[in-house]
Structure formats: structure tokens, C-alpha cells
Ligand binder design. Structure first.
Ligand code: ADP
Ligand code: MG
Length: 265
């Protein structure tokens, strides 16, 4: 068991992604500990979203390996990686505007069941009963998540009618509905007003406390420095630093990379 506890949630080994001759991610090696809030920061264009796209299978790496919970992450399709236990939110919100808040979270739950041969077989045999029961359980789970994120009162509103900050939380609820063990948050504070950002550290910490390892891409340095156990810094696709918040703040290479940027650590 001791060995298992030491196993990183995610191990990245020599990961490289090129677009033409341009290296969006260049030979990245890093480890994300189980149960950590691990931030990945860097100036715009550093390769952070590309990194998430490689983990979720939206993009395919040119070289390198991703090992999730000790096993090679070699499923090609993003939906298969969701089933393995990896979920994400997007830098630009992606919600179906016509769905209600509750329906949005239930869609996330569907991803967890799909594609399951056993369930397909059971549905075939016990269809009417099975569907009603699934629906009831899924609704209950979705409501619990909405409660958890403080959105239960808005359950019947259209997703697009929510204030921006609540839409971001709804994206988190939908991601959590897939029951991930690793959650990738791509700039969750982007576009939020100071009031909406205020409780984000608490929300992220509470998600981690549910047993979800978190990789946080974020420009809000107050947020990053306040909640991260570890920080990896990228610049032009290359890792330039890796350490705890204090080490990162004092790192000359990091300060240099952020010179002229507003959001220096
Ligand atoms: P970040 O999220 O750190 O701001 P990205 O990962 O989005 O950075 O982008 C890293 C670099 O790769 C940028 O220079 C960007 O223009 C480039 N890039 C990202 N996606 C593509 C793509 N599909 N085709 C070509 N270049 C891309
Ligand atoms: Mg990005």
C-alpha cells in the first residue's frame, strides 16, 4: 500500500506537441501527486491549454507518455479518458445554453455510464424499470453536486441565464458529475468579478477534499499562490521551474519570464 500512496496521480514523461515546426509543448516532464492542487502557470501562449488537450485526448502528442494512476493513458478518444477518471473545464465556457442547470449536470453523469456494455445489456433486459431507476439516481446525484456548489436554487433555470460566475461553477458541477479522480481547471477565475473570485479558492479546495486531484491553470496569482501545493511554470512550451509557491515566487527564471506581464507571481 505504501508504494501505491507514493504513486503520482499523473506522470508526464517527455511530452512534446508541435504545430508545424512550432513547439507548443517541448519535452515536458512532471509529476502530479495524488490529492494535490498542482498549478501550471506561464505567460499567454506558454502551452498550458495544449497540455490539457493532450491529457484529455483532444490532441495527440508527437512524443512522450502520460501515465495516469500507474497505467499508460493510451485511450485515443476523449470519452474513454473521461471514463478512466479525468474531467476538465474550459478556458472559454462551453455549456449547452438551452439546457437547464440540472439537465447540464445530468449530461455529465451520462458520460460516466457511456460506453458500458453491461449497462447496455441490462437496459435491454429490464428497460422500463432500469431507465426510471437510473433517472432517479442520476437526478439525486446531480442535485447533490448542485447543492455542493451552491447552485441548487437555480436548478430549473436555463444555463445561459446564469451569471457568468455561476456558469463557471456549473461547468465544474458537470465535470464532477463524471466522477473524476483528476480534474483539469483551465483558468477558472477568468472573467469573474472580484466578488465571484472571492470564494473560488474555497470551492477548489473543497473539490480536492472530496478526493479529486486538481491541475489548475490560472493567471490569478493570489489564487494560485494561496491554494497550490506545487507549481510548474511553462514558458514557450518548456518547463522553466517546478516547486512550492515560495520557491516559485523567488525563482529568477520565473520572474524573468513574467517581466512586462501584469500578472507576475
Ligand atoms: P496557453 O494556454 O498557455 O495560453 P496554448 O496551449 O493555447 O497556450 O498555445 C500554445 C501555443 O501553441 C500558442 O503559441 C498557440 O498559438 C499555439 N497553438 C495552440 N493550438 C494550436 C493549433 N491548433 N494550431 C496551431 N498552433 C496552436
Ligand atoms: Mg490557455
Amino acid at each position: 500500500m505504501a508504494e501505491l500512496a507514493n504513486e503520482p496521480c499523473l506522470a508526464i514523461e517527455g511530452l512534446t506537441k508541435r504545430f508545424g515546426g512550432f513547439y507548443a509543448l517541448n519535452d515536458l516532464t512532471m509529476a502530479v501527486a495524488q490529492g494535490a492542487i498542482h498549478a501550471v502557470i506561464g505567460p499567454n501562449g506558454a502551452g498550458k491549454t495544449t497540455f490539457f488537450n493532450l491529457i484529455t485526448g483532444v490532441l495527440t502528442a508527437d512524443t512522450g507518455r502520460i501515465v495516469f494512476e500507474g497505467r499508460l493513458l493510451d485511450e485515443a478518444r476523449p470519452s474513454r479518458r473521461t471514463v478512466r477518471g479525468i474531467a476538465r473545464t474550459f478556458q472559454n465556457i462551453r455549456l449547452f445554453p438551452q439546457l437547464t442547470v440540472l439537465e447540464t449536470v445530468m449530461i455529465g453523469e451520462h458520460c460516466r455510464y457511456y460506453p458500458s456494455i453491461l449497462k447496455g445489456l441490462r437496459d435491454l433486459l429490464y428497460r422500463p424499470f432500469g431507465e426510471a431507476e437510473d433517472e432517479r439516481v442520476m437526478r439525486g446525484n446531480a442535485l447533490e453536486l448542485l447543492e455542493f456548489l451552491g447552485l441548487a436554487d437555480q436548478r430549473d433555470q436555463k444555463a445561459s441565464d446564469l451569471p457568468y460566475g455561476d456558469q463557471r461553477k456549473l461547468e465544474m458541477a458537470r465535470a464532477l458529475a463524471t466522477r473524476p479522480r483528476l480534474l483539469l481547471l483551465d483558468e477558472p477565475a477568468a472573467g469573474l468579478n472580484p466578488h465571484e473570485t472571492e470564494h473560488l479558492d474555497e470551492v477548489i479546495t473543497r473539490i480536492r477534499d472530496r478526493g479529486v486531484t486538481i491541475i489548475l491553470v490560472e493567471h490569478d496569482m493570489g489564487l494560485v499562490m494561496g491554494i497550490s501545493d506545487r507549481i510548474t511554470v511553462l514558458n514557450f512550451g518548456t518547463r522553466i521551474a517546478d516547486g512550492n509557491p515560495r520557491e516559485i515566487q523567488d525563482d529568477p527564471a520565473v520572474i524573468e519570464a513574467y517581466l512586462g506581464e501584469d500578472e507576475a507571481p
